[in-house]
Design a protein around this ligand. Structure first.
Ligand SMILES: *Cc1c(COP(=O)(O)O)cnc(C)c1O
Ligand code: SF4
Length: 457
């Protein structure tokens, strides 16, 4: 077997890094553990695809024109149950589904492909469809970009007083793509949609001037797509900057779900873990905000070993995911997932309502059903798994928590609460909305009891 060299696998900035593996490094990595991505151009070469009907492959081809598509060897070989296609939840999570496109959009693209239309013609139609799919939910683009002496810091978002989001430019892709993801405009190759910043120095400058910020949330894409060198380049200056107001560095990542080998079996993984240890030793809290959609992602030996190794650095793993129709819209799935997380030492943190963007018509659930799933799931777990906050909508004014369905003086209402808000004075302010069994998002709700507006309006 050949020595594992990162260069011939991923190029320089691939998920396991370039130039890190030395010729004389003693570990040899078996083929099955080597990261390989599949997307629109090569998914037909996935061995497990061979036996699937051509119709399904064509549907993938059509939908992948509109939504980003990427999967990898771990997802294919260790997560997906290929005896249950197309219903397998992890297959649905990473492979495009016909129903993700509205029928008239699907027909348009499928006709163009069948006719062998020019790329420019297809791209134009795809652009039009993108614009119809609410590509910037929750006003992310315009509203949260902070200023430093009149310069717009486009790789930062400062939405809540104590938390700043940091989008390192090298972390704007993922080990595989979730088909429901609201960050899809960032992956479709349009620069104007990318929030990116090259340097940590502007972030540090900003934090110095904003001591109210205690948390930096490094996010993407998936920052853990970066090799240890890039991660160090972004994070070491932050811990060396001696910012007393900075308490917590959070890293939002799906690498434990999609590529746990990031933390196993290589010199590169040792470097990543030693960076984690360094952050913890500097006196900051390191929180790995791990995205797990389904208990299957917590079931492999690889993910369990990876969780153990991350926890041994002193980092805490907190978990989050949206509730998705066709993938995890079942209380038993959530109960199983939270129990497993607690058993493995992770802390359940957020359960989200899926956002009103992209293929929401396929993944979306009514707020009422989402709440039922939450309640029936939380009833099955012990207090240690009830740390989860949800279901909540991360919307323009803040995070709106659905606290229940009430019948008050003959009026049926949703109980709501602001878990987070742009305006700190309305955090944890409870309020009510008229019951609407169809509502899937905040913008479909109206204040109850004759009120004119919601607290955030
Ligand atoms: C959830 C969220 C945060 C973090 O909020 P916490 O309540 O501190 O976990 C930050 N920014 C955005 C945009 C969010 O949705
Ligand atoms: S890993 Fe996160 S950012 Fe990447 S596609 Fe999935 S949800 Fe989106």
């Amino acid at each position: 077997m050949e020595h594992f060299t990162a260069k011939n696998q991923y190029g320089k900035e691939g998920p396991n890094g370039g130039g890190i593996f030395k010729k004389d490094y003693p570990f040899k990595i078996p083929n099955i553990l080597q990261y390989k991505a599949y997307s629109l151009h090569n998914f037909r070469k996935i061995p497990q695809m061979c036996d699937l009907p051509e119709k399904l492959k064509f549907e993938i081809e059509v939908v992948a024109q509109v939504f980003p598509f990427k999967t990898n060897t771990y997802v294919i070989n260790e997560l997906i149950n290929w005896h249950n296609i197309p219903n397998d939840p992890i297959f649905r999570l990473t492979f495009p589904q016909k129903e993700m496109l509205l029928p008239h959009h699907y027909d348009k693209i499928s006709k163009l492909l069948t006719l062998g239309a020019e790329k420019e013609v297809i791209d134009k139609v795809v652009d039009e469809i993108h614009e119809e799919l609410n590509p910037h939910p929750a006003g992310q683009m315009e509203h949260n970009v902070p200023l430093l002496e009149d310069e717009r810091l486009s790789g930062l978002q400062h939405k809540y007083r104590e938390t700043v989001l940091f989008f390192p430019s090298k972390g704007q892709t993922c080990h595989a793509y979730c088909s429901f993801c609201f960050r899809w405009p960032q992956f479709t190759g349009k620069d104007e949609y990318k929030f990116a910043m090259r340097e940590t120095s502007l972030l540090i400058e900003y934090l110095k001037r904003h001591p109210e910020v205690s948390d930096v949330l490094v996010t993407g894409g998936d920052p853990m797509i970066m090799n240890s060198r890039s991660l160090r380049h972004y994070l070491e200056p932050l811990i060396h900057a001696d910012l007393p107001s900075l308490q917590t560095i959070r890293i939002g990542t799906k690498s434990l779900g999609f590529w746990p080998y990031k933390y196993l079996h290589s010199l590169e993984s040792e470097e990543v873990l030693s960076l984690f240890r360094k952050i913890v030793d500097s006196g900051k809290h390191l929180a790995i905000m791990a995205h797990f959609t389904h208990p299957r992602e917590l079931s492999t030996p690889a993910v369990r070993a990876a969780i153990k190794r991350i926890r041994s650095t002193g980092a805490v793993i907190r978990t989050q995911s949206p509730v998705l129709r066709h993938i995890n819209d079942d209380p038993d799935i959530w109960a199983r997932m939270w129990k497993l997380q607690v058993k493995l030492g992770c802390v359940p943190y957020y359960m989200f309502v899926v956002r009103n963007t992209g293929a929401q018509h396929y993944y979306g659930l009514s707020l009422e059903r989402t709440y039922e799933i939450y309640q029936e799931a939380i009833q099955q777990v012990s207090g240690l798994a009830r740390t989860v906050r949800g279901p909540s909508m991360s919307a323009m004014p803040g995070k709106v928590h659905i606290t229940g369905l009430f019948d008050i003086k003959g009026e049926k209402v949703f109980g709501l609460n602001m878990l987070q808000a742009r305006r700190p004075d309305i955090v944890m302010q409870p309020f009510f909305a008229k019951y609407n069994p169809e509502a899937t998002w905040l913008d479909e709700l109206k204040p109850a009891f004759g009120e004119k507006k919601f607290p955030f309006e």
